[in-house]
Design a binder for this molecule. Structure first.
Ligand code: HEC
Length: 169
């Protein structure tokens, strides 16, 4: 896995550093955050794990076959974005799945299993709309993936699915 870190120096010169593993990223990350000049200024772009080993429970067959009933129009995608990036409760999806959808959100470090990397086409292409729907609604037992059925309507969930599918395709 290749991870790329871009940070701006005090003089706003972009520098790119490539590191090869999560371990190295976190030590470098820690190191940089101790330098006041960099702490506010660097941006981590990580490609995430791909393909991901996935042990997630399969949704019941009547769900697996479900297709997203909403159109992938701007209104639904925008609403999905706003749920994903900030509104979703208990925690906005981006906190674990990442602003870029790559599974490297702020709360993702150390989670086992790791949050799904939505940018990974090799993993995502096998997941039906209904599978995504069922896990978002009910959570994935024994993992950090929470159930959203108490906070999100079915419509909210289908909207967020239209948005998260954009990350891979
Ligand atoms: C606290 C961290 C956390 C938050 C917040 C979170 N997730 Fe997850 N999510 C995970 C983890 C961890 C997994 C991996 C679960 C597994 O391997 O079974 C996951 C898996 C998934 C999957 C994969 C399902 C599958 O069958 O492979 C989807 C879809 C998903 N999350 C969507 C969302 C959406 C949408 C939101 C926001 C509404 C969200 N998640 C919020 C941690 C989180």
């Amino acid at each position: 896995m290749k991870l790329i870190i871009i940070f701006t120096s005090f003089f706003f010169v972009f520098q790119v550093v490539e590191v090869s593993s999560d371990g190295k990223l976190s030590s470098l990350d820690r190191y940089l955050s101790n330098i006041p000049m960099y702490s506010a200024n660097y941006l981590v772009i990580a490609s995430g794990i791909c393909p991901q080993v996935r042990k997630t429970k399969k949704a019941p067959s009547k769900y697996v076959l479900k297709k997203n009933p909403l159109f992938a129009n701007t209104k639904n995608i925008k609403r999905g974005e706003s749920l994903y990036q900030k509104e979703a409760k208990p925690t906005a999806c981006k906190m674990c799945h990442g602003v870029q959808g790559n599974g490297n959100g702020r709360l993702a470090r150390g989670l086992e299993p790791a949050p799904r990397n939505f940018t990974c086409e090799e993993t995502m292409k096998f997941l039906s709309d209904g599978q995504l729907f069922w896990i978002i609604k009910n959570g994935s037992k024994g993992t950090a993936m929470p159930a959203h059925k108490f906070f999100m309507s079915d419509k909210d969930i289908w909207q967020v699915i239209h948005y998260l599918k954009r990350f891979a395709y």
